[in-house]
Design a protein around this ligand. Sequence first.
Ligand code: PMP
Ligand code: GLU
Length: 415
Amino acid sequence: MQSDSTRSVSSASGLENALATANRMAALEPSATLAMAARASSMASSGVCVIDLSVGEPDFPTPTHICQAAIEAMHAGKTKYTPAAGIPELRSAVARDYSRRSGLSISAANVVISNGAKHALHNVFTSLLNPGDEVIVPAPYWVSYAEVIKLSGAQPIFVETRLEDDFKLQPEVFRRAITKASRMFLICTPSNPTGTVYSKEELGVLADIAIDANLSIVSDEIYDQLVFDGGKAVSFPTLRKNLEQRTVVVAGVSKTYSMTGWRIGWSISPEPLAKAIGNLQSQETSSPSSISQHAARAALDGPQECVAAMLHEFQNRRTFVADRLAAMPGVRVPHIGGAFYAFFDIRPMLGRTYAGNRISTSSQWCEALLEQHHVATVAGSAFGCEGHVRMSFASSKEKLSEGLSRIESFLAQSE
Ligand code: PMP
Ligand code: GLU
C-alpha cells in the first residue's frame, strides 16, 4: 500500500496530470437528453413530484413474449460470447424483416448487430470517416450525432431547417452546404427531435443531390415503424437504383418494441463495410449481450400486434399534445408525423420575466420550468435549434396532461 506521504510526493511530481483526458475529449458534451432525465430522476427520488418529458423512451413494458425469449435463452445456456457481428439468427431476422418491409433484398451478411443504434452509429462513423471529412446534418438534429461524428475526427456541418417547412431540409440549402470536403449526408426520418416524416418525393430530391455530390448516406431509421395517420416511412436506399451501395441504414429494437434497456441496434450496409464494422466491434465490445440478442430475435420474428398497439397510443398522444401546445399563446408546433416528440417554438415567450427572472434562452426556460413547476423537457439549443423546446410524449396521458397544465401555468405567469 502506498502511504499518503508517497502519494503527495508523486502528486508534486506531476501525478495530477497522469489521468488528464485526451484532446478528443475536450469538446465532448454529455448527452443532454440523458443528463436531463438523470436530473428529473434525482429530483423525483428526493420526493419532488416531477413530470419527466425529457427522454425519448417508451413507457410501455417490453412485451411478455420478448422477455420470455430472454428467460428461455438464459436457461438454454445462451450466456456466452457470440460472434462479434451478432448471432446468425438475429442477423437473418433483421435481414428478413428489413427486406419484407422495404422491398429490397438483403442478407444476414449486410447486418451487424450492435449495443443499440447509438453504438451502431458510432461504428459507422468510425469505419467511414477520416479527420477533416464533413458530414452534412440537418438541424435540429438528435443530440448524439454531433458528438459521435466529432469523435471520429470528422466535422458535422449543420444545415438549417425551419418550422414553416415542418423542419424539412430544402434542396437548395442542402446544395449550398456541399464543399470539396463533404463526405457524408446524415438523415433521420421520422425525426428526433421534430417528428418530421419526409415523403418519398422529398427524399428522392435529397437522394439525387447526395448522388451528384458522391456522398455516402447514413439513414437513421430507428423510428420507421412509428408513423402516424396511416403513413409509411420510406427507407432511403429504396429511393433510387443502387442507392444501397452508398447508404447505411441504422435502426434497432429500442423504440419499436420498447426495449431501450436491452441495448440492441444494427447497421445495414454493403458487405465489405459490414465486415469492417464487425472487425471494429470484435475489438471494442466483442459482441452485444447474447441474451438481449435472443430477445430481439423474438421481437422481430414474433407477433407484431404490440407494435400496432403502441403506435395507436402514440398517435392519440400526439394529437392530444399537439392540440394543447398549439392552443398556448406564443407557442407554435410543426406537424408531427411520427416518432414521439413535440418540438415547439417558444421564441415569442423568451425575453420575458418569469417569477421575477428574465429568461432569454431555451435552456434558461427549461431550467426554470423544471425548478419552478417540476416539468423536465430538453432545450432546443441541445439539438442545434435555439428558441425551441423538445418534449417527449412517450409518457402516459395523465402525466402528459399534468405536464402540459404546468407548462400553461408557467407561460401564463410570464410578463
Ligand atoms: N437515433 C435516434 C434518432 C434516437 O432518437 C435514438 C434514441 N436513443 C438512437 C438513435 C439510439 O437508440 P438506441 O441506442 O437506444 O438503439
Ligand atoms: N433517443 C432518446 C432521446 O433522444 C434517448 C436518449 C438518448 O439516447 O440520448 O431522448
